[in-house]
Design a protein around this ligand. Sequence first.
Ligand SMILES: [Zn+2]
Ligand SMILES: [Zn+2]
Length: 255
Amino acid sequence: MKLHCLGTAGYHPSESRHTACFFLPGPGIALDAGTSVFRLQPLIQTKSISILLSHTHLDHVMGLTFFWDLLGGNTPLERIELYAKQDKIDAIQEHLFHPSLFPVIPPFQWRPLESLGSTFKLGAAQCTWFDLEHPGGAVGYRLDFPEVSLAYVTDTTCEDDSDYWRNIQGVDWLIHECNFTDSETKMARHTGHSWPSAVLANSAKHGVERLVLTHFNPMVQGLDPVGLEPILGQYKARPVRWIELAQDNTVYDLL
Ligand SMILES: [Zn+2]
Ligand SMILES: [Zn+2]
């Protein structure tokens, strides 16, 4: 199963990164819908896709206005199911698609998470959602496929006692935000974001197999915008087998 990292910036696009979207073409599941959604069209293989939204800050939903490009034409796509908390669906309908901001809302099938329970079937996967720690609220997702498990966690402050980690226990792949560096913890806490040493320590503690960091500060250029390299040595002996900084257009083979 392939995972496409379409957008790995937080806040706004940069010369090298667009904002959040990850895509699993096989099961047709997208995680968030930031400005990188324009990269989705050639990857669509299914008649139906499911979009799992973490929350509705603009860097995660801007691309919902691009979906007219994906219907008809060269894709098999006929149906777009949009999963989010009810208050986030209301915000999208009332604000993002207000006629003064966008002319015609694409034909989404709305799926309020509360109506599905905390865990539900999504194709071959069991999908579990859980609250994160972010101004305005955000949710993380865990997808348990028969052959592999994947968790997507953005935007959130990562603390040692953060409740959400119990949902990530033993996951094969964790995509976790890391907007700030270890010297910016005050700003990270103030804005509801994370820094690398906290994410690495908790990933090790909770048995994460492979960790992919994303949602980087777009004002910092280069392949290591959070200063991961100098602190990696501390985690070599810990059980996280593999740690990577996501880049736009990278594809991971999850199996
Ligand atoms: Zn964000
Ligand atoms: Zn946010």
